[in-house]
Design a protein around this ligand. Structure first.
Ligand code: 5AD
Ligand code: SF4
Length: 488
């Protein structure tokens, strides 16, 4: 269902009746109540009410924020970038300790803004809120927060906000609604896309893999796949709305569909998505190496729409550590996968995630990681320093590695990754590639910026009429991780 259809549905709701029990009708009801409240507020203040949604973390969170913004806009809020707004939301990440620290820092600053605008509403949501210790800390030290919710009940956003602004009994309290897990997937709520021509599409939620360092399975819950029909219907609707590229999102897309009542493979889903007329590009992330099937690899070689790009997290090149990480593959198994992928799609761009300093990592373990990096020659790699997450098995492992040693290894890895990435990018100089134009360049308004199928950024002369179209661009000069090009 698109924005306009939802608008029509909302119009027909009678808010003098008690709220419906079913979703999404229940949320439509609260959206309508808030629309009325918004009209009165605007009159009272003589201006529009503003909201700011600040997103931390991964593409999942980015997509969740689009859903929150969709509801906010339907209520009548004006979206602004500045945190000096009437409603501020932090959509948080907790995958590494740093992410948490950033949020606490920003919350401190919000306190000052709220002193100037006491009616300002502060909301926190996302992965960090799924941790009891975090919510306890906020209750104690950040009384300026009004509403806390988690990753499983974003769809309830309008209901929670109306408790705050319309329910006298609740309005003075900090509203906390965090669910441990859910099996529910609520479809058909408004979503406001950041780009009109491309969109993320959730195909599954949660994760069942329990990699020993990772907090995601604890904060995002068990794996749940959406019905293929719902996914296809959503993408068809997006395409009608001007979308040409989708990014299928899941923590482990390779296990998509296994738990559905009528199981279907990820490859089969891709086949169905590919058939959607008007859709030009398909991307997906993330692929767990342990579940990457030959069927998928073969399909990548045939597909006309799946982009020449794959994100294949390595985490470590050491068999000993891979086992301690609970990753279910070996270094050789991973390298074999890469060989198969490259055989099917010779010029595919590969990217990865690597963790340095996992408990017990020796120089020999690290050397194995470096060896994989050199053998695979990634187009890009996200490198992370291991961060201890309370509650995960790795946090209880002894032999945490000395900080200085980790830092030194990290720097060596980063230098290697960058050297290889620059070499890979240089290989394509002179080629003509299809580029989806995304925006006017931030620094030079005579340039536009787009992405190749391999997901490389390209800047070239052009104007805003090109945004959203796919054009042939010659890659003239490589700057390491982006190109300067010209229209071909
Ligand atoms: N410490 C460091 N990096 C981590 N990641 C996940 N958990 C941790 C952790 N505790 C990294 C992994 C994953 C990426 C999204 O974040 O590399 O693939
Ligand atoms: Fe975390 Fe592993 Fe699940 Fe990825 S697959 S979210 S690293 S537990």
């Amino acid at each position: 269902m698109n924005y306009d259809t939802i608008k029509e549905e909302i119009k027909d709701i009678d808010i003098t009746l008690p709220p419906p029990k079913e979703e999404p009708e229940r949320q439509y009801y609260f959206i309508k109540k808030l629309q009325h409240w918004m009209e009165l507020k605007k009159e009272e203040k003589g201006r529009e009410l503003t909201c700011c949604v600040n997103t931390f973390g991964c593409q999942m969170n980015a997509r969740d924020s689009e859903k929150i913004i969709g509801i906010l806009m339907m209520i009548g809020y004006k979206v602004v970038e500045d945190e000096d707004a009437d409603l501020v939301i932090f959509n948080t990440c907790t995958v590494r300790e740093n992410a948490n620290l950033k949020v606490y820092g920003r919350l401190g600053q919000l306190k000052k803004i709220k002193n100037k605008n006491p009616e300002m509403i502060t909301m926190l949501c996302g992965c960090m809120m799924q941790e009891e210790s975090v919510v306890e800390k906020i209750k104690k030290s950040y009384r300026n927060v009004d509403i806390i919710f988690g990753t499983h009940n974003i769809f309830k956003f309008a209901e929670l906000l109306s408790m705050k602004v319309l329910d006298r009994a609740e309005s003075k309290k900090m509203i906390i609604d965090v669910w441990k897990d859910t099996t529910e997937i609520v479809e058909e709520l408004p979503v406001e896309r950041k780009y009109h021509f491309k969109s993320g599409v959730n195909i599954m939620f949660g994760c069942n893999n329990f990699c020993s360092y990772c907090i995601v399975p604890y904060v995002r819950g068990r794996e749940r796949s959406r019905e293929p029909e719902d996914i296809i219907a959503e993408i068809e609707c997006l395409v009608k709305d001007g979308v040409v590229e989708v990014m299928l999102l899941g923590q482990n897309v390779n296990s998509y569909g296994k738990n559905l009542e009528n199981p279907i493979s990820f490859t089969e889903l891709l086949r169905r998505v590919e058939k959607i007329e008007g859709l030009k590009r398909i991307r997906f992330m993330t692929s767990h190496p342990k579940d990457l099937s030959d069927e998928l690899i073969e399909y990548l070689g045939e597909s006309k729409k799946v982009c020449k790009q794959m994100h294949l997290p390595l985490q470590s090149g050491s068999d000993r550590l891979l086992q301690k990480m609970n990753r279910h593959y070996t270094k050789e198994g991973y390298l074999e996968l890469v060989r198969k992928i490259r055989k099917a799609v010779p010029d595919i761009a590969l990217s990865t995630d690597i963790i340095v300093g996992f408990p017990g990592e020796t120089e020999e373990d690290f050397a194995q990681t470096m060896d994989v990096v050199e053998k695979v020659e990634y187009d890009s790699a996200f490198t992370f320093i291991y961060s201890k997450r309370t509650g995960t098995p790795a946090a209880a492992m002894e032999e945490q590695v000395d900080e200085a040693v980790v830092k030194e290894r990290f720097d060596r890895l980063l230098a290697k990754v960058q050297e290889i990435a620059a070499k890979k990018a240089a290989e394509d100089v002179g080629k003509v590639e299809e580029v989806l134009v995304e925006e006017i360049n931030d620094h030079d308004a005579t340039l536009v910026t787009g992405r190749t199928s391999k997901n490389y950024l390209v800047h070239f002369k052009g104007d805003k009429s090109l945004i959203g179209s796919i054009v042939d661009v010659k890659l003239c000069e490589s700057k390491g991780f982006y190109y300067i090009g010209e229209l071909a």
